[in-house]
Design a protein. Structure first.
Length: 325
């Protein structure tokens, strides 16, 4: 039988990859040519394979270490790596920095340049940058309507939304986006809609007396799950930016306060539509962090969220480039 080497490994498109990992109290290393994580149990060392060719994001929590050889293989496979606190939040480390979210970006000189060139062409025009932000927001609310209304998944989870209130709110926000004169107007509409979604989700799940806490400061499970799930979305956002060759600083909406605001812009496309309802459902059902995380990953894959995020960013780049003089 012919021998198999890592170089023979077929490349899986990032949008089709199925795995996001959160690890804690373990070592990540290369063993026999494979990237594995090692968990110590007494005198025993248990080794578990990480299928890096089918992985987009690796979050390393409390008590973790990472070897140079593992970083090399993860980089070859295009896996986004981030160090974070226990339970997945807050995110701490690395090279592409935001205010409070940072990533080790895989290095490659062979990523596409067409999207960066298109982005740079429109980004310095205030009017076009605002139009790009509007496209992001329209895509966001379209995704919310698609996933929250008439969803069999939510029916199975006993998550009954006040559809009339949601449709009215989405229609109002859509009109506000069209009339927005600044990014401040867009951020205001975004905040009001998210606040309403918290209210609707709390009512639909029977999770009473919810108040959204600042990131990392919430003690109830809904807040903790929201933080945890949002960081998974940030990992996908960072992956999309890397795959398309876009620097994190080229934000269209969150860029004034965060160097890595583009990650937030992209992650917002799916945070409210997918992560937010799952956080309330899991909190109501008494799920632990592992169960919630697996539910998020399954939903992100089933809803083809990475495809949607990549396609949206590509569409914005193409549309804005066509409007440049």
């Amino acid at each position: 039988m012919d021998s198999f080497t890592p170089s023979d490994m077929k490349t899986i498109l990032h949008s089709k990859r199925a795995n996001l990992y959160y690890l804690e109290h373990c070592r990540v290393l290369v063993n026999g040519g494979r990237v594995e994580y090692v968990v110590e149990k007494g005198k025993e060392s248990n080794y578990y394979n990480i299928p890096i060719a089918n992985t987009t994001v690796l979050l390393l929590g409390s008590g973790t270490s990472l070897t140079q050889a593992a970083v090399r293989e993860l980089s070859k496979a295009g896996v986004m790596v981030g160090f974070c606190g226990g339970g997945g939040t807050p995110l701490f480390s690395a090279m592409e920095m935001n205010t409070d979210i940072m990533w080790f970006s895989p290095q490659s000189e062979y990523r596409p340049t067409e999207y960066l060139q298109a982005w740079a062409k429109f980004w310095f025009d205030d009017v076009l940058r605002l139009e790009a932000a509007k496209m992001f927001q329209h895509a966001r609310i379209e995704m919310i309507g698609k996933k929250w209304l008439n969803s069999r998944f939510f029916e199975d989870k006993r998550f009954e939304i006040n559809e009339n209130m949601l449709k009215k709110a989405l229609g109002k926000v859509s009109a506000e986006i069209k009339e927005a004169k600044s990014t401040e107007d867009l951020l205001s509409s975004e905040a009001k809609l998210t606040k309403l979604l918290y209210k609707l989700a709390a009512e639909a799940s029977g999770y009473e007396d919810f108040t959204r806490a600042k990131r990392g400061s919430g003690t109830d499970m809904a807040n903790r799950f929201l933080d945890h799930g949002n960081y998974l979305a940030y990992g996908l956002g960072a992956t999309v930016a890397w795959v398309l060759g876009l620097p994190h600083g080229f934000a269209v909406l969150h860029g004034k306060t965060r160097r890595g605001g583009l990650v937030f812009d992209i992650a917002d496309l799916i945070k409210d539509s997918v992560i937010l309802p799952l956080a309330f459902i899991s909190a109501r059902d008494g799920d632990d962090e592992r169960m919630f995380r697996q539910g998020c990953i399954d939903s992100l894959v089933q809803n083809e969220c990475l495809d949607f995020m990549i396609d949206t960013v590509k569409e914005v780049a193409s549309e804005m480039k066509s409007r440049c003089r």
